[in-house]
Design a protein around this ligand. Sequence first.
Ligand SMILES: Cc1cc2nc3c(=O)[nH]c(=O)nc-3n(C[C@H](O)[C@H](O)[C@H](O)COP(=O)(O)O)c2cc1C
Length: 360
Amino acid sequence: MGETMQNLLSGARIGALELPNRVVMAPMTRARAIGDGIAPPSTAIYYAQRASAGLIVTEGAQISHQARGSVWTPGIHLPEQVAAWQAVTAAVHEAGGRIFLQLWHVGRVSHQDFQDGGLPIAPSTIPAAGEAFTAEGFKPLPAPRALDIGEMPGVVEQYAHGARLALMAGFDGVEIHGANGYLLDQFLRDGSNRRGDAYGGSQAGRARLPLEVVEAVTGIWGADRVGYRMSPWFSMYSMSDSDPVATFGYLAKALSGKLAYIHVVEPVAGPAETTVVKRLTPALREAFGGITIANGGYDAASADHAIASGHTDLVSFGVPFIANPDLPARFARSAPLAEPDQPSIYGGGEAGYIDYPALA
Ligand SMILES: Cc1cc2nc3c(=O)[nH]c(=O)nc-3n(C[C@H](O)[C@H](O)[C@H](O)COP(=O)(O)O)c2cc1C
């Protein structure tokens, strides 16, 4: 690793925070919540074990009853959920870490089982291919109902409510989940948004809800403690856009100066040395003009390369953090990485969650 250039292990400023390194823990649903979306005591241990990350972004937390689409995910809309998260943020801070909560609304990636028998909501009545993970197993996603324009302020208020509760829970900031085919992504992309009103049509119309949410959430937290996650190529759940470069370029530019960071998820293809150059992240970073976190299949070498060549400022790691709680130390020592146990990634108890050891 170069000594004069920035690299994965050099410190960084991200909004209001000073980070000791550029290794971000990517948000990962682990489906361990109990009761009505309550993070169990093991969640505090899990995140505290990973406190050496420059920044932790938690798993998605549903911002309302309507925002749910999967079993055993935690929420950020009820007082008892706040109390559980307070234990998490205290444990991470005690261990010297920094932690943002990811604010999540699934939109059409839900099922009647989560909606009191009603249909999930979406920009348009276009169904997503895929399945919802319900208490009774996997069920096909139903065709959603389109939100009425009169319901839009209420949707923005759900994000504001989640943001207020995250503040009460002691987080260092929040990340708005605009990626992976969920509600804000559904509004942004024209494959899922066919609205004829102010929330559809042009890039500006499709970006309206995401930008209103950013305004509401930064109004509570300040621009220097809010990030936004986007995934221009994500294609599961029937996601598509006729011009991803223009659509996401528009969004990145519109977010300029309004956030602490953007977090860009891109799939891996081919050797890292060539893909980091082809990725859209550098162009989105330029349009945004601020701190950017890149994600998607990175290892220490490709992440270092992406940072040193100015394609991104930080890199987030998902899967590598599951079985390597001390990932920055392993990178520093070029130590081998442990592989996660697949069956315990989603759901279950403490096994495969908090029992991965740090290096001796
Ligand atoms: C088990 C698991 C759960 C995930 N849950 C979320 C989530 O809650 N929110 C999100 O934005 N992305 C989620 N992702 C995507 C990751 O944040 C990340 O984009 C993906 O794993 C690619 O990064 P990696 O190659 O470093 O793992 C999840 C990924 C995994 C493997």
